[in-house]
Write a protein that binds this ligand. Sequence first.
Ligand code: SF4
Length: 102
Amino acid sequence: MADASLMVWIDQDLCTGDGICEEIAPEVFEARDDGLWVVKETAANFGADIIFDGNQGPDNAKGVARVPDADTDDVVEAATECPGECIMIEPFEEATFAARGV
Ligand code: SF4
């Protein structure tokens, strides 16, 4: 299980759909069928593949995913480069994930 100091979510209303985030941090960002990008957690990092697209994965808590510490720099870079300025990074809060039973 990866350590996580940060969590991340995308404000879908602002996403331009260019995919820069996934190019920089493919472990954390993924394209959705409608052309917007969403956050995800992978089994390699957190024991289960979860895409926070509101369909396959839970869309609660704003669709927040944990950021593996090894990907922190890439996620921060993605947020910096994101043309929609819609990648939201917050300090990890255990309470957000306790409701999910993780
Ligand atoms: S970089 Fe930002 S605007 Fe571009 S697809 Fe990712 S979240 Fe959307």
